[in-house]
Design a protein around this ligand. Structure first.
Ligand code: FES
Length: 152
């Protein structure tokens, strides 16, 4: 039986009726058409599905959508404002923080949380915080540089 859920996604308030088995990742991608958030492993191991819930990062594949009631969700689609890239998006472009790009939305959402939570003080701290976001292309050094650039 579906459950009513009211939430805000990228600044837009929504009232939804949700199957309790639906993950936030599937809600975003399949029901709301927000396909910027990627499905890598679907079991909490890769970070491709990272979004922000009330400003804190979550793995959307591990979070049931019914848990979003009253929450504010930000996805990669919600970062840019006024036709301008978010500073972290611009820094990833500037520093080549990606190759194939599949992990990039999750990397950027984690990177935003990294700075907001005060974990971007040293390279080691950044690497530790970002360790849940896997990049098969190995763009890690450039990602660290992008985060440092935004921090400073
Ligand atoms: Fe969620 Fe991999 S898809 S952590």
């Amino acid at each position: 039986e579906n459950v009513p859920v009211t939430l805000e996604i990228n600044g837009v308030r929504k009232k939804l009726s949700i199957d309790p088995r639906t993950t936030t990742l599937d809600l975003l991608r399949e029901q709301l058409g927000l396909t910027g958030t990627k499905k890598g492993c679907d079991y909490g191991q890769c970070g491709a599905c990272t979004v922000l819930m009330d400003g804190e990062r979550i793995n959307s594949c591990l979070t049931f959508a019914v848990m979003l009631n009253g929450k504010k969700i930000t996805t990669i689609e919600g970062l840019a404002t006024g036709g301008e890239l978010h500073p972290m998006q611009a820094a990833f472009v500037k520093h080549d923080g990606f190759q194939c790009g599949y992990c990039t939305p999750g990397q950027i959402m984690s990177a935003v949380a990294c700075i907001r939570e005060g974990h971007a003080n040293t390279d080691d701290e950044i690497r530790e915080y970002m360790s849940g976001n896997i990049c098969r292309c190995g763009a890690y050094p450039n990602i660290v540089n992008a985060i440092k650039d935004v921090k400073n």
